[in-house]
Design a protein around this ligand. Structure first.
Ligand code: 2P0
Length: 354
């Protein structure tokens, strides 16, 4: 018999209200809610195939970009696979005619179409694609909701839970100690605001200096500013962002996005020892967008673009579609030698079978 197989892809998501800090490290439970926009899959996505066959030697195996990674007896990959097996076993117990896929060894193969670990959210798309492909292989679609799958993906990498959905997505941090209510929900589908587009400016595709997982816990342990962000900044900003998206209000969306990016990077700087993700080129892009918005507002028009930066120097610019030609022209003019990938991404659908 041929192996059972499934292939899924998942896009990256770029947060406009950032996740930074865990209240429970092993369960990956965040210190605050977050909200992101899922990009399309043409430029930044993970593609993952999963296969199961009774005849294979025991033990699960995984290849990432052609290199085998150890799954191990514990850890994030193991947790996700175990949770998905548990769901499959429940199906098999209800219907004894189903093949016992939950007992078969798994082979998983994943590749990114962009540099891994360069602050371009590769762990988000990677774990979302892994959970999607194994859940498709296990035929869990009727028994496990997308939000439930996001709860599983969260245990692979926090931000991965948001890539299960397309469009505008909130990760509800939740309150339960076991993480049962820490999952992603759709805020609005991508069709809600089709004029909004995203531009990725790849300032550097080198592997980042301080990995997010370690960096955020250093901030939790040492940054009073992060404590203030969690208590006083994020709750109101989530509210502002939800309202801006509901009203397709780019002015408010842009202000909240840029403020949240700057607040997050301020918390990184407030960490001891400090963490620097943005570089001089990143800051020059901030200055360009700020000046563009100032001039446009002074002329009676609205904001032209919003910048946001994750755990790396690369800029993501959000802008209404009609502003895109101007932004591209200016970016190319002021950064003629920079290694920009000026790909525009339409907002995308979430993880899906391909
Ligand atoms: C975010 N980042 O909301 C924020 C903004 C980076 C800056 O989520 O430890 O790779 O795997 O849960 O998800 C990066 O953190 O960390 C991240 P883990 P993750 O997108």
């Amino acid at each position: 018999m041929a192996p059972h197989t499934a292939t899924c892809s998942a896009p990256v998501n770029i947060a406009v209200v950032k996740y930074w800090g865990k209240r429970d490290v092993p369960l990956i439970l965040p210190t605050n809610d977050s909200l992101s926009v899922t990009l399309d899959q043409d430029h930044l996505r993970s593609l993952t195939s999963a296969a199961a066959d009774q005849a294979w030697p025991a033990g699960d195996r995984l290849w990432l970009n052609g290199v085998e990674e150890s799954i191990g007896e514990s850890g994030r990959l193991r947790t996700c696979i175990d949770e998905l097996r548990r769901e499959r076993r429940a199906l098999e117990e209800k219907d004894s005619s189903l093949p016992k896929l939950s007992t078969f060894p798994l082979r998983i193969c994943s590749e990114n179409n962009f540099p891994t670990a360069a602050g371009l959210a590769s762990s988000a798309s990677g774990f979302a694609a892994l959970v999607s492909s194994v859940s498709t292989l296990f035929e869990l679609s009727s028994s496990v909701s997308v939000s439930e799958l996001s709860r599983i993906a969260r245990q692979g990498s926090g931000s991965a839970c948001r890539s299960l959905f397309g469009g505008f997505v909130a990760w509800q941090g939740g309150e339960a100690a076991d993480g049962s209510d820490s999952l992603a929900v759709e805020v609005a589908p991508r069709e809600h605001w089709p004029e909004l587009q995203a531009l990725i400016c790849v300032v550097s595709d080198a592997k980042k200096g301080t990995p997010s997982t370690a960096g955020m816990q250093r901030s939790v342990a040492t940054s009073p500013l992060l404590a203030a962000r969690i208590a006083n900044v994020v709750p109101q900003r989530m509210d502002t962002m939800r309202k801006a998206i509901a009203a397709r209000d780019f002015e408010s969306f842009a202000d909240a996005t840029m403020q949240d990016s700057n607040n997050f990077h301020a918390c990184c700087l407030d960490t001891s020892p400090p963490i620097f993700y943005m570089n001089d080129v990143s800051r020059a892009i901030v200055a360009l967008v700020e000046e563009l918005n100032r001039a446009s507002r002074a002329a009676g028009s609205g904001a032209v673009a919003a910048y946001t930066y994750d755990a790396g120097p690369n800029a993501v610019l959000y802008a209404p579609k009609q502003n895109v030609p101007l932004i591209l022209q200016l970016v190319r003019h002021y950064f003629p030698n920079a290694d920009f990938d000026d790909t525009f991404n339409l907002l995308g659908a979430g993880a899906n079978a391909s």
